[in-house]
Design a protein around this ligand. Structure first.
Ligand SMILES: *[C@@H]1O[C@H](CO)[C@@H](O)[C@H](O)[C@H]1NC(C)=O
Length: 512
């Protein structure tokens, strides 16, 4: 007896073929069974396909079924004889996406950490502004009244040695003065303020900081006020993460109020172009289920999916990949980007509202035999971080063997002498990921740790992604705001026009 069971789980398609392995020809690729299970009906061959399920796959499955003599087939769950439990595996596999024709502008969103000005010596003037449509600078905090405030006011609004600094009475200086200069010179670059981050606010947990309607109101009003004062284009809200129903409701309510206050503040700018609201969005299934995606979707302009930190020495069970798009079949992965991505789509978010952010850094594991094997702790790192290393500083060559797995879209180095593994993205992996994201119709890409790239075109991850998209000419073209008559700072109310001296430049042929 042979029969086929087709089940759709969480946007992923899996099916079992009992009795015989049927070759599946899907999107010009032979799909092989990923595993077999022997039950009372015989052996079942388990396949996994990415979703959404294209119509042609459904018809190919039907064709595969009809290729087996009908006298021996039953199709479940509608009919047939089932003598063993159908097996469903939630394992997406990489497809070979054919990039869609370009239909709209892509966003490219970067995070600028305001601590980059210290040991890393990476200033706002080092940002290659033409590469980005949105730069999210942060992070800011919340005080006990609910007002937003810089975590480091020296770097953010005080220091006068980052470049030309206004000496006017009451002027704002620091990183945000430089950002204002940058956006005046690069009108396609929107600067947003990131509030929150991985660590809880310095004055208490998120649930407490935004635990009452009064505090949420104060927060939203002070955030919108700060956008006007600093001459920004919007707020990126990074509550990582609500932990229970009460916090989930507070999270949504905060976004609702932020939208309301930003719209009101935007109306004072005299240009019919709303201020922006985005959210740092988790990719781990557990965290995704703690946020109310359909409600959030009403308020944000876009989600920034954090397609990184899926593995790390601080929390992973075995040495693993930190930014893989697909699951490995050998047990070396616990999470993958695509599973989380499907959850946002299933919750009704259009792909065009999703920006998918990748890492320009790696996670290291020490005392290991490589992916999927135990480790003893954190390995190589830079800037005193625990297991995190800048992409530009990850050792390559000599005994550091480079591996690139195109199927799961992950790269790593392994050094058998020091027994260290570092998971990170290479240009080849970034190219594959970008092609995949284009095939899924996402509205944007992005990166974390904009300071940590390599500054030659071939090795620069951002440049690699942009070239894959089709060059900077396919980036979204929407002017930023520059006229802030109601800012409390004189040098934001009236721009002095003094030019920034660019720091970093990309070496090699420029992006087309
Ligand atoms: C929070 O910040 C605002 C603005 O700086 C200030 O007026 C308020 O007193 C602060 N609240 C607390 C509890 O520190």
């Amino acid at each position: 007896m042979k029969y086929i069971n087709i089940a759709s789980v969480l946007g992923l398609l899996a099916h079992t073929v009992y009795g015989a392995a049927i070759p599946m020809n899907v999107e010009e690729r032979q799909i092989q069974p990923i595993s077999t299970v022997t039950g009372s009906a015989g052996t079942s061959y388990i396949y996994a396909l990415a979703s959404p399920i294209p119509a042609n796959i459904a018809s190919q499955l039907a064709a595969a079924v009809s290729a087996v003599p009908t006298s021996t087939i039953g199709v479940l769950p509608d009919g047939g004889v089932q003598t063993s439990t159908p097996v469903v595996e939630e394992v997406p596999v990489a497809s070979d996406p054919a990039p869609r024709p370009y239909t709209g502008g892509y966003r490219n969103v970067g995070y600028y950490g305001t601590w980059y000005i210290y040991a890393r010596n990476f200033k706002p003037s080092d940002i290659i502004a033409s590469q980005w449509t949105h730069m999210l600078a942060g992070f800011w905090d919340i005080n006990a009244s609910g007002e937003i405030k810089p975590k480091d006011s020296w770097s953010d609004i005080e220091i006068t040695t980052l470049g030309s600094a206004s000496t006017a009475q009451g002027a704002v200086n620091g990183i945000f003065e430089q950002m204002f200069r940058l956006k005046n010179e690069n009108r396609n670059l929107k600067i947003m303020l990131s509030v929150g981050g991985w660590l809880a606010t310095s004055e208490g947990q998120w649930g407490i900081a935004l635990g009452t309607p009064e505090k949420r109101n104060t927060f939203a009003r002070s955030a919108a006020r700060t956008v006007i004062d600093l001459g920004l284009d919007g707020i990126d809200f990074d509550w990582e993460y609500p932990r229970n129903d009460v916090e989930t409701a507070a999270h949504v309510d905060t976004l609702r109020l932020l939208r309301q206050e930003l719209d009101a503040a935007g109306n004072t700018l005299g240009v019919d172009r709303p201020l922006l609201l985005s959210m740092a969005a988790p990719i781990g299934p557990h965290f995704i289920t703690t946020i109310n995606i359909p409600e959030i979707n009403k308020y944000v302009d876009f989600f920034n999916l954090m397609a990184y930190d899926m593995g790390g020495a601080g929390f992973s069970k075995v040495s693993t990949h930190a930014a893989n798009f697909f699951m490995a079949t050998d047990g070396s992965t616990e999470f993958c980007f695509v599973n989380g991505f499907e959850m946002y789509l299933a919750a009704g978010v259009p792909a065009s509202k999703l920006n998918v952010l990748g890492p320009i850094y790696g996670h290291s594991f020490a005392g290991t035999d490589g992916p999927g094997t135990p480790f003893t702790g954190a390995g190589f790192s830079t800037w005193g971080e625990t297991d995190v290393a800048d992409y530009s500083l990850i050792p390559l060559g000599d005994d550091n063997m480079l591996f690139e797995d195109e199927k799961i879209m992950a790269a790593w180095t392994y050094n058998k002498f020091t027994r260290q593994m570092i998971s990170f993205d290479t240009p080849k992996i970034v190219r594959l990921k970008t092609q995949y994201l284009m095939s899924r119709g996402v509205g944007g890409i992005g990166f974390f740790a904009t300071n940590a790239d390599k500054w030659t075109t071939a090795d620069n991850l951002v440049n690699t992604a942009l070239e894959t998209l089709g060059g900077i000419s396919v980036l979204e073209q929407v002017d930023n705001h520059v006229a802030y008559k109601e800012s409390k700072y004189p040098n934001i109310r009236v721009y002095d026009g003094v030019k920034i001296t660019p720091g970093k430049v990309l070496i090699g042929a420029s992006t087309p």
